[in-house]
Design a protein around this ligand. Structure first.
Ligand SMILES: C/C=C/C(=O)SCCNC(=O)CCNC(=O)[C@H](O)C(C)(C)COP(=O)(O)OP(=O)(O)OC[C@H]1O[C@@H](n2cnc3c(N)ncnc32)[C@H](O)[C@@H]1OP(=O)(O)O
Length: 253
């Protein structure tokens, strides 16, 4: 924690910051500690230069797919992390320095401020991986940008730029890559000058109405997502990624 800001740094650049179960666990613990620590006024989530995160580690997904019990798998590290993020009543600021794929984009939907670099590429390629949207993206993406643009992002998995992310309501502003993290930190530090109780209660009120819907969506998606992870379509998509080839879904009906 520095200057009232707790920083969660995703740091596995050799794998494009793909997030493993152990990393989700550490991120969940960081967020939970920030929530409890009265000296923390805001949370900052950062990646590495040129990469925010390439999403869930696909090897981990294949070896240890979370969600054996569907939505009953609420104790899995990814679920624990997202629950801590969704429930965090301190302001959360994200600095997106590069690609933000899969859960890398989904988690932004639950942050309060999102700053993206002019080199950032965002994508939610769940369908192409044989999966479905997760952690309320099936609810929040159409609500933010309307069903037509949501279909491009969620059904086709079309990647989009930082400027698109601002245009469709996912991000606050685009900045030069070298400036995005410093800018995000300055925004987080502004909460040092504001009354923390009023900030917390305002955030709770702003999230009160959609909260029940968000939690219901997370549970519904979690159940389908867990089944899809074990599907032959997902197996083909994941194998294709590691074999560096295009997936072939022609034999599925
Ligand atoms: C609940 C959550 C769900 C989700 O998050 S689903 C979404 C999962 N994510 C993805 O489908 C994205 C997969 N990754 C990519 O598409 C690409 O990567 C990037 C566009 C992010 C970057 O491309 P490039 O710059 O060409 O790098 P590279 O050669 O593909 O990756 C460097 C090394 O990183 C490994 N890696 C990248 N992403 C992942 C990942 N998500 N899971 C596991 N490994 C990953 C690669 O395999 C490779 O490794 P090696 O150097 O050993 O060949």
């Amino acid at each position: 924690m520095l200057n009232g800001v707790a920083t969660i740094e995703i740091a596995r650049p050799e794998k494009k910051n793909a997030i493993t179960a152990a990393m989700y666990q550490a991120m969940a613990e960081g967020l939970e500690a920030a929530q409890q620590d009265g000296a923390v006024r805001a949370v900052l989530i950062v990646g590495q230069p040129g990469i925010f995160t390439s999403g869930n580690d696909l090897e981990d997904f294949m070896a240890r797919p979370p969600g054996a019990g569907g939505s009953g798998d609420a104790e899995s590290p990814v679920f624990r992390f997202m629950k801590a993020l969704v429930g965090c009543d301190k302001p959360v600021v994200a600095a997106v320095t590069g690609a933000a794929i899969g859960i890398g984009t989904t988690l932004l939907l639950h942050c309060d401020f999102v700053y993206v670099s002019d080199e950032a590429r965002l994508a939610m390629p769940f369908v192409g991986l044989g999966l479905v949207p997760e952690f309320a993206s099936s609810l929040l993406v159409p609500a933010l940008m309307g069903p037509r643009r949501a279909a491009e992002k969620l059904l086709l998995g079309e990647p989009f730029t930082g400027a698109d992310a601002v245009d469709c309501g996912i991000a606050n502003a685009v900045l030069p890559a070298a400036e995005v993290t410093a800018h995000a930190r300055r925004i987080a530090e502004r909460f040092n000058a504001l009354p923390p109780g009023a900030v917390r209660q305002s955030k709770q009120l702003m999230r009160r109405a959609p909260r029940a819907q968000v939690l219901e969506a997370i549970a519904a998606e979690g159940e389908v997502f867990a089944q899809r992870l074990r599907s032959p379509e997902a197996r083909e998509a994941f194998q294709a990624f590691f074999q560096k080839r295009k997936p072939d879904f022609s034999s599925f009906s």
